[in-house]
Design a protein around this ligand. Structure first.
Ligand code: 5GP
Ligand code: MG
Length: 179
């Protein structure tokens, strides 16, 4: 695994510190709001587990799984593979995502959840890659962990063909690892 990493972009310590900061902001935002925190599987799993423990308010956990992404290039087509189980009508909902890249996935997820009339719907993404944004998408993440350059990253939940999710840091994959 490690030999295919060209560069460590974000260390475990950098990620831990940033999550602690975001946790303070989200704790303040969601106190008295009893939020439903929706994780988008599977990339978010590691971030979700660390983030939710820093949001120190009563909250419920839920997950959904959408699919579209094959290898390193987005196909643009999206389907809900697994929906959330909570009734979110009138609830404050926070979406947690691993990465906001073209924005297509989160745009789809956002619209899907908005149809159920939540009291509020916000997005917290660990990573943002603004360089690759689909120009037709106006949606913006409300909370961003790190803005990163246009490189394919793995680790801390992010995969390449389902591997590397268990790396504890975020690294840039060597191009020869996917060529
Ligand atoms: P978007 O729909 O915003 O283009 O892409 C979102 C999804 O694409 C993410 O949830 C993630 O699964 C995948 N993705 C986008 N960029 C990267 C990347 O640099 N590394 C990995 N591993 N996945 C990415
Ligand atoms: Mg993914």
């Amino acid at each position: 695994m490690e030999q295919n990493i060209q560069e460590v972009l974000l260390t475990e310590e950098q990620i831990r510190q940033r999550i602690a900061e975001l946790g303070e902001v989200l704790t303040e935002e969601y106190k008295d709001k009893n939020p439903v925190i929706v994780g988008v599987l599977k990339g978010v799993v590691v971030f979700y587990a660390d983030m939710i423990r820093q949001v120190k308010v009563p909250c419920q956990m839920d997950f959904m799984c959408i699919s579209s992404y094959v290898g390193t290039s987005s196909t643009g087509k999206m389907v809900v593979k697994q929906d959330i189980s909570a009734d979110i009508q009138g609830r404050h909902v926070l979406i947690l995502e691993d990465i906001f890249d073209t924005g297509n996935s989160l745009d789809f997820t956002y619209k899907h959840l908005m149809e159920r009339n939540p009291a509020s719907l916000k997005i917290c993404t660990l990573l943002d890659k603004p360089a690759r944004r689909n120009p037709n998408i106006t949606l913006k993440p409300d909370y961003v962990g790190f803005s990163i350059p246009d490189a394919f990253v793995v680790g801390y939940g992010l995969d390449y063909n389902e591997y590397y999710r268990n790396l504890p840091y975020i690294g840039i994959l060597k191009p020869e690892a996917y060529n």
